[in-house]
Every structure is written in C-alpha cells, then in structure tokens.
Design a protein around this ligand. Structure first.
Ligand code: ADP
Ligand code: MG
Length: 593
C-alpha cells in the first residue's frame, strides 16, 4: 500500500500528516500529489466529495510555495463561504510546520477591511469565494498578478452557482504563466469549457467512475400523488426514528415552507438556504452538527457547505433539474465508509427521471412503498421498546420511588408495560390509524374513492387554456415545456396540463385560480433577451389553431445553446436549461434557485 512517504513530500508536511492521523493517501491524493510535485502542469481532477481533494492540491501547493517571500503565490477559488473556511482550516493544519506560510480566507458576509488587513500582512495562499475576490480585486485590496498556482475547487458547483463570469474576471487578473488545477466532483459541459478556455493541455485524473454516486449509498424512490409529497415525507421520517437527514427542495421558498411545516408538526427540523442571514445559517448548521436538528431542509447551493459525515438519509423532496445535482445530493450520505440511503419522492410523471439517473449513476433504484400508518405504528412501537430497554436509569429517581410505587400500586407488569408504551405510542396511533395509503397507483377508481381530485386528472371545467410563444422550434416538446412552466411558475408539475406544442408556439392549461399567477409571471418576461409571452387562449378547446396568429413577436432568437434549446444529451432532464451564468440572469423566474 502506498504511503505518504513515497509521494515526494518534505518532512514538514509528513509531520503534519502524522499529526492529522492520515495513514495512507486516498486515490486522488496518490495520483495528483506526485504529479503536481514533479511537473509544472495544468490539471483536471475528477473525484467525488469526501475523497480528500483538499490535500490533493493543498500538499503540493504548500510544498511548492516560497514561504520566505510574502508575495501571494497561490489562489484557491471555492464556491461557498463554508467551503472556503474549511479549506483554509485544512491548509493551516497541513502547513503548521512550514515556517512563515500564511493562508488567508476571503469570503462575503464578513468585514472586507479585516480581510484586506490580513492580506496586507502577507498571504502566500489566498482561499476565496469568487464574489468577494472580485470585489477585493476591484478595490485594489489583493494582488494576484504574481501567482504561480490557481486552484478551481468544486468547479462544477461554482459554475452551477453562476460564477462563470466572476471566474473569468478573476483569472484575467492573474499572470499567463501560471498553473491551474481544477478539481470537481463531476464534469458537466461547462467545466470542460472552462478547462478548454483557461488551461493549457491539462493532464486528467479520474477517480472512480466519472459522475458515479458513492456505491455505499442505496437509492430508493417512492411514488406518490403530487399533493402528497409532504405527508409522504413525514411518513418516511416516522418510519426511520433515528433519522439524521438532509432534505432537498428545489427552491428557497419550498425549503422554508417544508421546514416550517415539519417544525410545526413537532419534528426537530431546520431550514438552510440563501435567504437566511449568515448568522441564522451558522445557528442551524451548529444545531445540525450537534444533532439537535434531525432533519435539515436545504437548497442545493446552501447544502454545499455541509461537512457532516454521519447523515443517514438524503431525502429528495423534489428531484433536481440536473442529474449532476442528484449525485451531489446523494453524496451527502454514505460518507467516511458508512452506508446511507438516498430517497426520492416522485410523482408518476417523474419516473422517467429516475431512469435517467439510474443510467448516469450506474446503479438501480429500489422502488419502495411509503409505509402505511399501521407499519409506522409498529416501527415506532419497537423503537420505543428498545429505547426503554436502553435507557440508562437515572438514580435521582430512587428518592421518589416509594411515592411512585404508591401511585402505580396494584398494576401488574404486563399492564404497566402497556401503559408506559401507550404514553408515547398513542400519539402516533391516533394520527395514523385512520390515514390512507399514500402510494399512488394508476388505478383511478381508487383515487375517486378518496373523494378528492387527483391532479393527474384533467378537469373538464374550471381550467384555463393559454397560448405561449415558444414551441418545438425552440427545442421544446410537451414534457420539457411542462417542466419549464412548472419551474417558472413554481408549481407542481400536475398543476400544468394539456400541454400541446406546435412549431413556433404552444398551449397549456392550468386551474382557473392560477390564471392571475400565470399572467403576472409572464408579464414582461424575458429569457436571454427574448420575450416569452403568455395569453389566455381564445380557443379553450385546445386544438391549437382557431384564428390565432402564428407569428408572435419572437424577439431575438439565440443560436447555439442559448436559453431555448432542448438539450440533446442526457446531462439535463429537460430543455430550456440555461448556460453557466443563466441562473442569476432572469430575475423574474420565481421557480429558480
Ligand atoms: P473533498 O474535497 O474531496 O470533498 P476533503 O478534502 O474535504 O474532501 O476531505 C474529506 C475529509 O477526509 C476531511 O475531513 C479530511 O481531513 C479527510 N482526509 C483527507 N485525506 C485523508 C487521508 N489520506 N486519510 C484520512 N483522512 C483524510
Ligand atoms: Mg473539497
């Protein structure tokens, strides 16, 4: 087995490694450390989260940097404040025996003058988030014109978050003769674009299969009706009493809503998303680390900083748009050699997405049933019995025992057990004994019996038909247009129906009560400079012709892979996906993160 001693590292680093207790290098470390030490080269390294990428670039960078010069020689860009701090802390530990080496973190949400002061004192290595870095360059607070090494850490995530332009700007302030090391868990198109644009003949290292999720993770999906997501989530939690989980929602709004509902329903839950202040996020993260919060509801972006190893379940309350994002999510569990479960709550129409993910991660999902009320009661009952068995006796009780004995006098053991268990169990029993089966099936009679209209049904009245000026020519089919509408309007997919795409325009329906939302959302709505126009159709029958003028104001149509292309590859579930910087572009899109 390879040892750190054989990789070419000097004594100060080897001593620090010994202090850290690292025994053997991980695969990505074994491959990149000797390479980066021996050669001056650009590098693209792909490895899953938790594989030790920080040391893979950190060790060589520390060794190669001139600690006796105060010039900033190494720049590490990372997507979030949390990761930026994590990397900085790790680098400080790695370089503890390297005299004079100073690593400084630069990130938003903290005093910029403090950070500038630290830089001024001399920082050979700067770890930064792109936004703050750009800001400080603009104000002349940091000089990266002489760096030798630049690391783009979690490159895929930085691009996901729309930092492409910032990264470009930052790199334009660095010398041409430097070496760029790109680290990423996945290799979407945008990352190869960066590699092509900013790197010279990078060597490539891949650890494990590209894009594969951790194999210690079991993937499961649960099919429910569109309106049953929340009750299904509750059941999944109740059926796993020891759960310690991250629950992913698509939007900040949903994240907040789901967390609030869970708290209201008595769960130890918390929300983590970008609309919270840094202070609020720190509080939630601390509570989560201490397991005071058992269910952390998070957006994808906010979850990037979660550095907790023993998460038992990842629950996809809603599926993400990108398969890559799913691998990030499920990678939150099954870390550090532990096993984990990634659960997905889906509606019938999303099953095809499951198939797409299976193909990508090369692992099959188990199709599971949401536990019934009775099953949950049983699980809770055994859990309670075990809890009683394992409870350490508090000797303080001894003093009160005579009095307690008096109260419980005359109750035999069996009856006593029943009573004790009932104290907690009845709560579950009362809640669950009369609930229905949440598993959706294709049997519409069953749905009818519930006495509620399933959203999969198409209502014959009370719905409104709309005209929209995008169609197949823009790369949409009915499924991808439905996805686009659902995202933009922040609705469940089943709220949009009868989607009918024509060449240059399309039709769709919603419930009448959503008309105002639809029309308001699509007022002055532009994507990539192109007007997207929605009007109530004068042809409620929906055949799509009746007197409608075909050629609406089409605006500017982008060539290439602009905003309205249906992705032909299997990287994204749907068309209409924006490029790297798109997510921050359109402000009128409430559905996007
Ligand atoms: P990544 O950036 O790939 O997600 P990190 O660099 O954050 O992973 O490392 C994950 C964890 O593993 C950290 O806590 C780190 O200290 C630890 N670690 C890194 N390399 C080793 C090693 N060779 N042996 C043991 N633990 C390691
Ligand atoms: Mg990392």
């Amino acid at each position: 087995m390879t040892k750190f001693e054989t990789l070419g590292l000097d004594k100060p680093l080897l001593d620090a490694i010994a202090d850290l207790g690292f025994e053997t290098p991980s695969e990505v470390q074994e491959k990149s450390i000797p390479l980066l030490l021996q050669e001056d080269t650009d590098l693209v390294a792909l490895a899953q989260t938790g594989t030790g990428k920080t040391a893979a670039f950190g060790f060589p960078m520390i060794q190669k940097i001139q600690a006796d010069s105060r010039t900033t020689q190494g720049l590490i860009l990372s997507p979030t404040r949390e990761l930026c701090l994590q990397i900085t802390n790790e680098l400080k530990l790695y370089s503890k025996y390297v005299k004079g080496l100073n690593t400084v973190a630069i990130y938003g949400g903290a005093s910029i003058t403090d950070q500038a002061r630290q830089i001024k004192r001399g920082a050979q290595i700067v770890v930064a988030t792109p936004g703050r870095m750009k800001d400080m360059i603009g104000r002349g607070m940091v000089d990266i014109s002489k760096i030798d090494y630049c690391v783009l850490d979690e490159a895929d995530e930085m691009l996901n978050m729309g930092f492409f332009e910032d990264i470009k700007d930052i790199l334009s302030n660095t010398p041409k003769e430097k070496f760029t090391w790109l680290f990423s868990a996945t290799m979407p198109k945008e990352v190869s674009t960066i590699a092509k644009k900013f790197m010279h003949k990078p060597q490539e290292i891949t650890v494990g299969t590209k894009n594969a999720g951790a194999s210690t993770v079991q993937h499961e999906y649960y099919q429910v009706g569109g309106r049953d997501r929340y009750p299904a989530l509750k059941r999944l939690a109740d059926a796993n009493p020891g759960i310690f989980s991250v629950i992913f929602c698509r939007t900040k709004r949903d994240t907040q809503k789901v967390a609030e509902k869970l708290i209201e329903d008595g769960y130890n839950a918390g929300a983590l998303h970008g609309d919270l202040s840094q202070n609020q996020r720190d509080l939630v993260m601390n509570a989560f680390r201490k397991k005071q919060v058992q269910m952390l509801v998070a957006t994808d972006v906010a979850a990037r900083g979660i550095d907790v190893d023993d998460i038992t379940h990842v629950i996809n309350y809603q599926l993400p748009d990108e398969i890559e994002t799913y691998t990030h999510r499920s990678g939150r569990t099954g870390r550090a050699g532990k096993s984990g479960i990634s659960m997905v709550i889906v509606t019938r129409s999303e099953i095809r997405k499951i198939k797409a993910i299976e193909k990508k991660i090369q692992q099959d999902f188990l199709s599971k049933k949401i536990p019934t009320g009775i099953e949950i009661c049983e699980i809770q009952l055994y859990h309670l019995a075990n809890k009683i068995k394992d409870t350490e006796i508090n000797t303080e009780i001894d003093n009160y025992l005579p009095a307690i004995n008096d109260v419980l006098d005359g109750i035999d053991r069996e009856e006593l057990i029943k009573k004790i268990v009932s104290v907690e169990f009845t709560r579950f029993y009362n809640y669950y004994s009369k609930t229905r089966d949440l598993n959706s099936s294709d049997n519409s009679r069953e749905r009818g019996e519930r006495g509620e209209r399933s959203k999969d049904d198409i209502p014959s009245s009370g719905s409104v038909r709309y005209f929209i000026n995008v169609g197949e020519r823009d790369g949409y089919d009915w499924m991808s247009l439905k996805d686009f509408l659902r995202d933009t309007l922040n609705l469940e997919k089943e709220d949009v129906f009868n989607v009918d795409t024509k060449d240059s325009f399309s039709f769709f329906n919603t419930d009448a009560q959503l008309t105002e939302l639809v029309l308001q959302t699509f007022t002055d709505f532009k994507v990539d400079g192109r007007f997207v126009n929605v009007e109530v159709s004068k042809n409620p029958g929906g055949s799509g012709r009746g007197g409608r003028k075909r050629d609406r104001k089409r605006g500017h149509r982008k060539g290439g892979d602009g905003g309205y292309r249906k992705g032909g590859d299997n990287k994204s579930f749907r068309g209409g996906k924006k490029g790297g910087s798109g997510r921050r572009g359109g402000k009128k899109r409430p559905g996007f993160y």
